[in-house]
Design a protein around this ligand. Structure first.
Ligand code: ATP
Ligand code: MG
Length: 328
């Protein structure tokens, strides 16, 4: 069985971008693959996190995995910091990487541009991400379009390791959805939607109350025209809303264009809001049940045990090949 590894940072509330770009694929892939899904809290602290919020967000992301349909009996779901091998291989991977490789990363450029003093962790982020993936010798990594570049670097690091220390690490492939790989922000069609945005009106959170969802979609930026047409270059905001509509309604883009011909943006946005509400309502219901059940930590412990078994073995082999003196 081929192996899958992916993760989401506990850096805020999951958005519809995280759902369409990544999480919904987790649910599909677990039927045919051996899956490891992580809540990557060590990545989340690459930007400052309030301790209470970090804990809550980590639990919330984990509960949303299960609420969205990740099955703890099919997939190993774990918190990254519960498996210390991630931090250890993360360090090793940064020593294999070159400054220029990290400097080219657009995520680093985007995120560091918004801050006065830039944390080193934001810079070395791709080294830790490479470790996350390579520890499991993953074949496939379901991610959104924004993580393609980091995955390319992971592949380079795996190949570099294999050249220096002998063929051992699996060179992973990205698994990116055809539709919805880059959901854009509600207030700016040139920025990707991000859960850590300081403006909550820029994202649709999976746990937003129905009325909040309706309000955010009503307020979403559109252009000054009135035609519901898919044209990402000239109408990026409307096209983004159409992508979300298509995913949540299972209607094709063509069908949506036909349905709203000559009607303007009002009815389109109103119906879109109802489709989004209908998509998230059952997930929100299950989320509440999971958080109330007290089962979450049991699932996470079970996931961490399975993950650590695989990760520790890989780390040991890597260290042996690199010439570390192994303890007796
Ligand atoms: P942050 O702002 O803290 O970076 P984020 O929303 O970008 O949060 P991540 O935890 O960095 O979320 O990424 C989790 C997964 O969601 C990754 O696979 C990423 O590619 C995917 N993803 C993130 N944003 C989007 C988006 N706007 N559209 C599609 N996929 C996305
Ligand atoms: Mg991100």
């Amino acid at each position: 069985m081929k192996r899958v590894l992916s993760g989401i940072q506990s850096s805020g509330k999951l958005t519809i971008g995280n759902y369409i770009g990544a999480l919904q694929n987790y649910v599909k892939l677990q039927e045919t693959h051996e899956c490891f899904f992580s809540i990557v809290d060590l990545h989340a602290i690459t930007v400052p996190q309030n301790p209470e919020d970090l804990k809550e967000q980590t639990e919330s992301v984990a509960a949303l995995y299960f609420a969205a349909g990740v099955d703890p009996n099919k997939s190993s779901v774990f918190v990254q910091s519960h498996v210390p091998a991630h931090a250890e291989l993360g360090w090793i991977m940064t020593t294999l990487a070159y400054m220029g490789e990290f400097e080219r990363m657009t995520q680093f450029k985007d995120k560091s541009g918004k801050q006065e003093s830039v944390g080193v962790g934001l810079f070395t982020y791709p080294g830790l991400m490479a470790a996350d993936i390579l520890l499991y010798n993953a074949d496939l990594v379901p991610v959104g379009d924004d993580q393609k570049q980091h995955l390319e670097l992971t592949r380079d690091l795996a190949n570099r390791f294999n050249q220096r220390y002998g063929e051992y690490l699996k060179v992973p492939e990205p698994y990116i959805p055809e539709v919805g790989a880059r959901i854009m922000s509600l207030d700016d069609g040139s920025n990707k939607m991000s859960k850590s945005s300081p403006n909550p009106n820029s994202f649709i959170a999976m746990l937003d109350e129905p009325d909040v969802l309706r309000k955010k979609i009503k307020r979403a930026t559109t252009d000054s025209g009135r035609e519901v047409l898919f044209d990402p270059v000239n109408k990026p905001e409307v096209s983004n809303l159409m992508t979300i509509y298509s995913y949540c309604s299972a209607l094709s883009i063509k069908e949506i264009e036909q349905q709203y011909e000559g009607q303007g943006y009002g009815p389109f946005k109103k119906d879109l809001a109802e489709h989004v509400v209908a998509t998230f309502e059952p997930i929100q219901q299950r989320y509440k049940e999971i958080r109330a059940s007290g089962e979450l930590h049991k699932y996470l412990q079970q996931g961490a045990e399975r993950a650590a078994e695989v990760a520790n073995e890989t780390l040991k082999e890597i260290k042996q090949r690199m010439g570390f003196l192994m303890p007796l």
